[in-house]
Design a protein around this ligand. Structure first.
Ligand SMILES: Nc1ncnc2c1ncn2[C@@H]1O[C@H](COP(=O)(O)OP(=O)(O)OP(=O)(O)O)[C@@H](O)[C@H]1O
Ligand SMILES: [Mg+2]
Length: 471
């Protein structure tokens, strides 16, 4: 991590006027708790562009993180007044209000954040505030996937069964459960067909995961080991979690989903033991896809040592992945992150996450098929998926879902008033899309700089290719 920080510092010293780069360095410093340096970089960005929202937000967050709450509040309130449509600042205000014990205010701010930017979420805060995330409009017949007894509270964002989830199918033999472990455990029914677009990524997953698992014996004869890990990275909301679940669905594997924050927060002290139990659970239920979301959280905590238990957990994790502790035959580890630059290279050694796949935002064709998938089971009249796809450049899958949610809510209100089903039209959807900002651009701003300045061993070549930048 510090190598990356150094690379960024160097890049800034070469182009000291590059605002995105200054912001990136500021963010990287924040991650490492280098508050002073973070602030300096944000301040420098502001000298070039006095109203830069990202730099202002960076400063507010730096004040918050270093515990200077009143300064953080002043900064955040000023930003909210100037940029009321920015969800991140409302989220920060909500956090600040919560810390200061103003629960109602915190809830109001959080609701505001979600209202202006449905993509903005903070699950930890949601739990603290005990606010339910606004429910997506359920189509007729939506089924709720049951959680096993003792399973952790579902992380709604990622664990939501896609609303087009078909009726429950045969779930296969019941998995061996360990009620003490806060993991989500399921046999997904989603398949690749439920994931729009992404044909290249799907094909890679077939080649790298599915065929080896299905032909394990053949692979063994040729001296190839199966198993290992694949790291999916890309902008938020573009289907990493969905695709992981669908991979399990394709091969009828057990899907165990573990949030790294859960590992670190809930099990302090006992983390290694529980991590081992999870791998054991996976070993008892092969084929299993073990899905670690937010891998970057684990990796960046290693640097900061915020949790004293952190390093042990990581070492345990790496040892389990290496198969040093038990056989990993029939286990596939999938990891997902939208901050791959925070993932320690130790995670990418052979036998660990040795394969890395970029999950790009959907292109127009992919958007059209996602839109068609999402319209299934909803009262949509004469959908022109193409037309909507053309008007949703840079939208992620999650953004498209939000488009449907907004349009649905509007129509639902009318339907309740008039007491009849009022169909959603393509125009409604286009209007909803126009009222929203696509969320993937901001990610590429960061990713581009890492790809240009910290592209060790060509890690980000796919990002460069996506951006049309020659290596
Ligand atoms: N290709 C897709 N096809 C169908 N739906 C999609 C697709 N991509 C995203 N979605 C929708 O967006 C939602 C969010 O996607 P998902 O959680 O898989 O994204 P992610 O890449 O894991 O995001 P994050 O980085 O925030 O965890 C999904 O539940 C689904 O409704
Ligand atoms: Mg995800």
């Amino acid at each position: 991590m510090s190598a990356q920080l150094d690379a960024l510092r160097q890049a800034v010293s070469f182009s000291p006027d590059n605002v995105p780069l200054l912001l990136l360095l500021g963010e990287a410093c924040l991650d490492q708790f280098l508050f002073e340096e973070a602030k300096q970089n944000f301040q420098r960005a502001l000298t070039h562009d006095a109203h830069h929202l990202g730099a202002q937000l960076g400063l507010a967050r730096a004040s918050y993180q270093e515990g200077n709450l009143s300064e953080a509040v002043v900064r955040a309130e000023a930003i909210a007044a100037a940029h009321p449509q920015n969800g991140s600042v409302w989220r920060l205000l909500s956090r600040l209000a919560f810390i200061e014990g103003h629960l109602e205010e915190a809830r109001d701010h959080y609701r505001q954040a979600r209202k202006v930017e449905p993509g903005v979420r903070d699950e930890g805060l949601e739990k603290d505030l005990a606010v339910k995330p606004p429910p997506a409009l359920p189509p007729a017949g939506e089924s709720n996937r049951p959680l096993p007894a003792g399973a952790a509270e579902a992380d709604d964002d990622d664990s939501d069964p896609p609303s087009y989830d078909p009726e429950p199918k045969d779930k296969g033999p019941a998995p061996v459960l360990n009620p003490d472990l806060p993991v989500e455990f399921e046999r997904p029914t989603v398949k690749f067909a439920d994931v729009g677009g992404m044909s290249a990524v799907k094909e890679e997953i077939r080649m790298k995961i599915i065929y080896p698992l299905q032909n394990a014996e053949l692979f063994r004869q040729y001296g190839k080991k199966t198993g290992g890990g694949v790291l999916l990275y890309g902008p938020p909301g573009c289907g990493k979690t969905l695709l992981s679940r669908a991979t399990a669905g394709e091969i009828k594997a057990t899907f165990l989903s573990i949030g790294i924050h859960q590992v670190l927060d809930m099990w302090l002290g006992n983390s290694e033991k529980n991590l081992h139990k999870i791998f054991e659970l996976a070993r008892q239920n092969t084929p299993t896809i073990l899905f670690f979301d937010e891998v970057d959280a684990l990796a960046s905590d290693r640097g900061s040592m915020k949790h004293s238990a952190g390093r042990n957990v990581i070492n345990q994790f790496l040892a389990e992945m290496d198969g040093a502790i038990g056989t990993n035959e029939g286990i596939l580890v999938l990891g997902a992150t939208n901050a791959p630059w925070q993932v320690d290279p130790a995670f990418r050694r052979p036998g660990r996450f040795d394969r890395v796949l970029f999950v790009p935002p959907p292109d127009e064709d992919a958007r059209a098929s996602i839109i068609e998938i999402m319209a299934q089971g909803k009262p949509v009249h004469k959908l022109d998926a193409r037309a909507l796809a053309r008007r949703t450049k840079d939208f992620s899958g999650a953004d498209l879902k939000a488009v449907f949610d907004v349009a649905s809510e509007e129509k639902l209100a009318i339907a309740m008033r008039e007491n009849r089903v009022v169909p959603i039209t393509t125009d409604d959807l286009v209007r909803a899309a126009k009222s929203m900002q696509p969320s993937t651009k901001a990610w590429f701003e960061s990713a581009k700089n890492y790809a240009l300045y910290a592209n060790q061993s060509g890690f980000y070549n796919d990002v460069l290719a996506f951006l049309g930048i020659k290596k």
